[in-house]
Design a protein around this ligand. Structure first.
Ligand SMILES: *[C@@H]1O[C@H](CO)[C@@H](O)[C@H](O)[C@H]1NC(C)=O
Ligand SMILES: *[C@@H]1O[C@H](CO)[C@@H](O)[C@H](O)[C@H]1NC(C)=O
Ligand SMILES: *[C@@H]1O[C@H](CO)[C@@H](O)[C@H](O)[C@H]1NC(C)=O
Ligand SMILES: *[C@@H]1O[C@H](CO)[C@@H](O)[C@H](O)[C@H]1NC(C)=O
Ligand SMILES: *[C@@H]1O[C@H](CO)[C@@H](O)[C@H](O)[C@H]1NC(C)=O
Ligand SMILES: *[C@@H]1O[C@H](CO)[C@@H](O)[C@H](O)[C@H]1NC(C)=O
Ligand SMILES: *[C@@H]1O[C@H](CO)[C@@H](O)[C@H](O)[C@H]1NC(C)=O
Ligand SMILES: *[C@@H]1O[C@H](CO)[C@@H](O)[C@H](O)[C@H]1NC(C)=O
Length: 386
């Protein structure tokens, strides 16, 4: 007769197998480069899906998903951006890609795209871990985040880059409609074939990397977000501008996206104070009753996004040098205004046949119109067409 303890082990093992709950209820979602399904794959659109979870049920020959990160140093003179991608990215179908770009204070840049054989998202009860791994090249990028997004740790080991990046959230996780996760009316759809959420609109960022033997140390602010698209970016977008920033007591996030699918412009603007959203809108048209905002290009600053001086070919510079943002609540007659000026270009490369995609870090100033004005730091991305 089996002993009680053996019976107990059998019962526990059977329960674990039935629920998938082995250590801390972890489950793995693994994708290998080149593996695909034919036809439509479901893109997750439930407001309850955790922001770091895989958002597409497999990959076909066109869809993809990204986990993107940014950082700007406290002095605005160095910056970085990196993205973990699965699926179609930059002309590569069914890829498992890592993209990294940095700029040092003296303007020297580094940019790299490397490809993993396999990526795994391990979702546990309190934390989620992503691993992009290539056993041949030795590349191993991981991110580990608490499921409340308060802390994210990224570790890198590769032939060119090694070190860590940390992000401690100072703003809440938000959907494009500005509601705080989790929320029954949170909507992660932003534009046709494009879903987007901000896991960490703004956080305290620290990078300690060694890139081809040269240290890259960054202490400042940053943020991270998710996108999942049915088709490659170049197929769905005509242009877009994205900015995140910390200025005085505020953190903010704004997006403007011109869809190639329906020709419409999609917009979102969110202003936060600590963990509270104090302004949110999807509206760009002036109203006497509803909150609205604007996110316009500015071209009277001194820094333009441009090709790396050491690059073989040089693209036209950006037509603008920053942004002006306004946020208006007619009911309370509150109006905020912020100006963003680029301080450094992190990257600027060709996107499609007639576009350019850039990453920037910048200075931001502003506040409540008629109230105290503040200065801070911003970062973001921009895509421009001829
Ligand atoms: C899940 O993936 C992690 C790597 O992220 C690995 O360490 C672990 O062994 C995997 N677990 C299972 C059950 O495959
Ligand atoms: C997808 O469809 C094509 C054409 O019918 C077929 O050759 C291919 O094997 C299919 N791939 C998968 C993964 O089912
Ligand atoms: C892939 O799935 C998306 C839905 O997410 C669908 O719109 C698209 O047409 C599919 N692509 C292919 C090649 O089947
Ligand atoms: C710029 O800074 C980087 C990092 O410190 C250094 O490796 C590089 O030599 C510098 N370049 C110039 C032209 O001074
Ligand atoms: C993994 O790295 C090796 C060596 O750099 C490379 O040849 C291979 O293409 C990479 N795997 C994928 C799926 O790209
Ligand atoms: C990849 O890096 C993670 C984090 O440092 C580590 O836990 C894991 O063991 C590494 N995987 C391999 C295969 O080296
Ligand atoms: C960066 O990491 C290295 C290696 O772990 C460590 O020796 C160094 O003190 C770190 N530097 C900073 C500024 O944290
Ligand atoms: C640049 O233009 C904006 C309005 O577009 C204005 O608010 C700002 O003062 C101008 N900056 C300079 C340095 O002239």
């Amino acid at each position: 007769m089996p002993s009680i303890s053996i019976l107990l082990i059998l019962v526990v093992a059977a329960t674990a197998a039935a629920t998938g709950c082995i250590h801390d209820c972890c489950s793995n979602n693994t994708h290998a480069a080149g593996a695909y399904v034919n036809g439509t794959v479901h893109m997750k659109d439930s407001p309850w899906t955790p922001f770091d979870a895989p958002m597409t049920e497999g990959f076909n020959l066109t869809n993809g998903e990204d986990w993107s990160f940014e950082g700007v140093s406290a002095d605005g003179q160095s910056g970085m951006g990196f993205t973990f991608s699965r699926g179609t990215v930059a002309g590569h179908a069914l890829a498992q890609r890592m993209f990294l770009a940095v700029v040092w204070p003296n303007g020297t840049r580094f940019i790299e795209s490397t490809f993993a054989d396999v990526s795994t998202i391990q979702a546990c009860k309190y934390a989620t871990k992503g691993t992009w791994y290539n056993g041949t090249s030795g590349m191993n990028w991981t991110f580990e985040a608490t499921n409340d997004y308060s802390r994210t740790l990224v570790k890198v080991e590769s032939a060119t880059v090694r070190g860590t990046f940390t992000l401690d959230a100072i703003s809440p996780a938000i959907y494009p409609n500005g509601l705080v996760y989790p929320h029954p009316r949170g909507d992660n759809w932003f534009a046709p074939y494009l879903y987007w959420v901000e896991n960490v609109p703004v956080g305290v960022a620290e990078a300690n990397l060694t890139i081809r033997g040269t240290p890259f140390i960054l202490e400042g602010i940053g943020g991270r977000e998710r996108n999942w698209n049915s088709f490659a970016w170049a197929e769905i977008s005509t242009s877009w501008d994205m900015v995140r920033g910390k200025v005085g007591p505020y953190t903010l996030m704004a997006w403007r996206f011109e869809s190639k699918i329906d020709g419409q412009t999609y917009f979102s603007s969110v202003l936060m104070k600590e963990k509270d959203v104090i302004f949110r809108t999807l509206a760009q048209h002036v109203s006497t009753t509803e909150p609205y905002g604007s996110f316009n290009l500015d071209n009277n600053g001194t820094v333009r996004l441009s090709s790396d001086p050491s690059a073989a070919t040089s693209l036209p510079e950006s037509k603008h040098t920053g942004y002006v943002l306004e946020m208006v609540i007619p009911a309370t007659e509150k109006r905020w205004r912020f100006e963003v000026d680029y301080t450094k270009c992190v990257y600027w490369f060709a996107a499609g046949s007639d576009g350019r995609l850039g990453g920037f870090v910048g200075a931001i100033k502003g506040g409540l119109v008629g109230g105290r004005q503040y200065s801070g730091r911003a970062s973001g991305t921009t895509m421009e067409k001829n």
